[in-house]
Design a protein around this ligand. Structure first.
Ligand code: ADE
Length: 233
């Protein structure tokens, strides 16, 4: 997860305990808990030491994912977080989406061969039956390093049937792809990009509500995952 504020209700609900990270130079925070048969490890990007704010964006997400894979060798990565979404695509505040795929919208490289690399288009591990059962809508998770959006970003995102906009998932997906680790994301809507309000104001206003909705769906997701695991073993 990127932000402590997004993770706080989940930490409380699942009784996560904080552990040392063995990387004191990096701001990452790590928590562990047992959830039935599942061993859960939660890695949060942590606060930037110089700027005092949460380390959102692709660089911390990339490095935290690398570290988490090395430390935990996970069977599945779940990137849980918040996102911006679009009224024109049927979204509302605190709707929770499950990833269909991951891509970047701000890596535009019009050199032959580089365009597809720039956008990425990384696969998401699919949970079709579970998504239906839990009432999760599918979306392409589109990643960029800005909270706001220029017209070109808008054009690119608008060409996708259903998309949400956030700042980490495609970077995590790139690392997951290198290691062959399955990845799924749950993203809860804090702001409606085409709703006429400023993203930063709407984000702050709805962060608590969206994080609580994210916690509910994440817990339901983990319960369903546990059932699948139990049926397989
Ligand atoms: N996270 C939450 N809302 C966002 C937005 N509008 N853009 C990028 N990341 C976000």
């Amino acid at each position: 997860m990127a932000m402590e504020a997004e993770a706080a209700p989940l930490i409380e609900r699942l009784g996560f305990s904080k552990v040392e990270t063995d990387e004191p130079q990096l701001p990452f925070l790590a928590y562990e808990t047992q959830f039935g048969e599942l061993e859960l490890s939660l890695v949060i990007n942590g606060k930037d030491r110089r700027f005092g704010v949460e380390s959102v964006g692709t660089q911390p997400a990339t490095l935290a994912t690398f570290w988490a894979i090395k430390r935990y060798n996970p069977e599945l990565i779940l990137n849980a977080g918040t996102c911006g979404a679009f009224i024109s695509k049927g979204s509302d505040i605190a709707d929770v989406y499950i990833s269909e795929s991951f891509r970047f919208h701000d890596r535009r490289i019009s050199i032959p061969g580089y365009q597809a690399y720039g956008y990425g288009d990384y696969p998401a591990h699919t949970f079709t039956e579970m998504a239906e059962e839990l009432g999760l809508k599918y979306a392409t998770v589109s990643t960029g390093n800005s909270l706001d959006m220029c017209d070109t970003d808008m054009e690119i995102i608008d060409s996708l049937p259903v998309a949400v906009k956030e700042m980490e998932a495609a970077a995590i997906a790139w690392v997951a792809e290198q290691y062959g680790t399955p990845l799924v994301a749950l993203k809860s809507v804090t702001d409606l990009v085409d709703g006429g309000k400023l993203a930063q104001e709407e984000f702050v206003e709805n962060l608590g509500k969206a994080s609580r909705a994210l916690t509910e769906k994440t817990v339901s997701f983990l319960e369903a995952l546990q059932k699948i695991n139990a049926a397989e073993t």
